[in-house]
Design a binder for this molecule. Structure first.
Ligand SMILES: *[C@@H]1O[C@H](CO)[C@@H](O)[C@H](O)[C@H]1NC(C)=O
Ligand SMILES: *[C@@H]1O[C@H](CO)[C@@H](O)[C@H](O)[C@H]1NC(C)=O
Ligand SMILES: *[C@@H]1O[C@H](CO)[C@@H](O)[C@H](O)[C@H]1NC(C)=O
Ligand SMILES: *[C@@H]1O[C@H](CO)[C@@H](O)[C@H](O)[C@H]1NC(C)=O
Length: 496
């Protein structure tokens, strides 16, 4: 018996090893080997750039992060829709918020095919409960701490900062946060739940195939839209001596059925909080998937003027820009934009926001007043995270340090987050940025080659520096949701 098994194993074994050798040969074909070497070189150079500066552990940076948070329930999006028997629609359609299952199908289809990140409020409690119940029963579901503020806070605590987090959480939720995070807010019994419908690249739902991995988020929050931790947060902020104040999570106010004037009052309160914090404290605002134009207008008036720094993805950048240029907001943009396109949009956004700042100051001067304009701040930092690359604009001589290393760290964090692993395995990574990129779409613009040994390209323009780093795109996706927050926070920690 034993012998026979041995023989047959050997027989199969040699066939198997021949196959393995052939496979290895195929994988090691010259072209692939060159690619592998290139990836290895980029990886080790990014790691070197990241290590060049560290977080100052002796004097731990103090970061205050608001607002809100939730429990994320992460599921495979297509499996969930199949489970609730929602068949694919032939009519992909954008909706500001979701009232019934049909709208969910249309909205999901709208973002799923291009693979664009989106987040929508569900106005129908029955539907939302049904979705949560179905998700609970789906095999492979996962629960995690979610929301922009807790994720950014978590990343900053992990990187060695002391963090004050503004949010109203349940005791269970607070228990799982890092010991370096102090919570300021009310205690609530039931945390808000966000349903994260993840999908890999190439997933199919009816006639649709996703062009890249991403997620579609639905929520139906009771607490977050009211920023109800703001008073506690403001109180604790006074003695916290923050080096940096980070604001995120405001998209929970989007399309929420507020009483008239209620949202504006909340954002005015936030504006006061930001403008009365010490001018030395840097303020970072993390954008998100906003669709309600009135809310965006309020942000432009009440929040963005108080921010020194903005973070956003490739969808949020054109959205904000088109609003600033007086057009309608853009709900869906190219999920894989070129470097030149993004840089042009960034330059324009940077210029327009600083122009508004200047205009506000001039208006105040003419009127002899010293109101909102005087308290507003110029924009000195802009970070855009995309699938293929990270890009930053930082004003020369501003408080933000180490832009090159921060861009490298942001890039590595993108892989780490999406693959769910601190260590980077080049066999699970892919470079999708081109061998060289043009710094603008204007004709005759300079092209910059991607150098493996110096993958982060930085150069000066006007009064700022621009840095661009390629992302080692993770090919075995663990999670996309929360990526922007992890990436933004990782970039910030090296700059304070
Ligand atoms: C809310 O969702 C439930 C369950 O899907 C549905 O039966 C109901 O018609 C929806 N309500 C509205 C107002 O669309
Ligand atoms: C994002 O950051 C949070 C907080 O540090 C961390 O718990 C989480 O693991 C990160 N996400 C992933 C998928 O790595
Ligand atoms: C902007 O939106 C409004 C209202 O939705 C619409 O009537 C108008 O046609 C849009 N304009 C453009 C330029 O898309
Ligand atoms: C001066 O203040 C008034 C009232 O606040 C405002 O309407 C006006 O636009 C300001 N002047 C200028 C030149 O902006």
């Amino acid at each position: 018996m034993e012998g026979r098994r041995g023989v047959s194993f050997m027989k199969y074994g040699s066939v198997l090893s021949l196959f393995v050798v052939l496979l290895a040969y195929w994988f090691r074909s010259p072209q692939k080997a060159v690619l592998d070497n290139r990836l290895d070189a980029v990886l080790s150079s990014l790691l070197r750039a990241e290590r060049k500066v560290g977080v100052n552990n002796a004097a731990k940076p103090k970061v205050a992060v608001g607002f809100g948070g939730c429990v994320d329930l992460i599921v495979d999006g297509v499996s969930l829709l199949n489970k609730i028997g929602l068949s694919s629609t032939d009519q992909p359609l954008h909706h500001d918020y979701i009232e019934n299952a049909q709208q969910l199908a249309q909205s999901f289809a709208y973002f799923f095919a291009p693979g664009a990140a989106a987040e929508r409020f569900v106005m129908n409690d029955t539907l939302f409960s049904e979705l949560v119940e179905a998700s609970r029963e789906l095999p492979g579901n996962r629960w995690t701490v979610g929301g922009n503020a807790p994720v950014m806070a978590g990343r900053m605590a992990t990187e060695g900062c002391d963090v004050l987090l503004g949010g109203s959480f349940s005791p269970d939720f607070t228990d799982v946060l890092s010991q370096h995070i102090t919570v300021a807010g009310n205690t609530v019994e039931e945390p808000d739940i966000h349903l994260i419908l993840e999908y890999p690249s190439g997933a199919s739902w009816g006639p649709y195939t996703s062009r890249r991995a991403n997620r579609y988020i639905v929520h139906s929050d009771d607490h977050n839209p009211y920023l109800d931790s703001m008073e506690h947060f403001a109180e604790k902020l006074k003695d916290f001596n923050a080096d940096l104040l980070v604001v995120g999570g405001l998209q929970m106010m989007d399309s929420f059925p507020f009483q008239p004037g209620e949202r504006k009052a909340l954002l005015s309160r936030l504006a006061t909080l930001l403008s009365t914090s010490s001018p030395q404290i840097g303020v970072h605002f993390e954008m998100a998937s906003f669709v309600e134009e009135d809310l965006m207008e309020d942000l432009l008036q009440l929040v963005i003027p108080h921010a020194d720094s903005l973070g956003m993805n490739e969808q949020e950048l054109p959205n904000l820009l088109s609003l600033l240029k007086g057009s309608n907001i853009t709900v869906l943009s190219d999920p894989n934009p070129r470097v030149a396109t993004v840089l042009d949009q960034m330059r324009e956004l940077y210029r327009l926001i600083n122009q508004r700042y200047k205009d506000m100051g001039d208006a105040d001067e003419e009127n002899g007043t010293n109101s909102a304009g005087a308290r507003a701040k110029p924009l000195t930092r802009l970070h855009v995270h995309t699938l293929a690359f990270q890009a930053m604009i930082v004003k020369r001589g501003s408080q933000w340090k180490n832009t090159m290393s921060a861009t490298a760290k942001a890039s590595l964090t993108a892989y780490r987050h999406v693959c769910g692993s601190v260590d980077i395995d080049p066999s699970k990574a892919r470079l999708i940025m081109d061998d060289s990129f043009s710094i603008s779409r204007q004709e005759g613009s300079q092209r910059i080659p991607l150098q493996e040994t110096r993958p982060v390209s930085c150069w000066d323009e006007e009064d700022y520096q621009i840095c661009v780093a390629p992302v080692l795109v993770c090919t075995e996706v663990y999670q996309t949701a929360g990526g922007g927050d992890n990436i933004s926070a990782a970039g910030l920690v090296l700059q304070i």
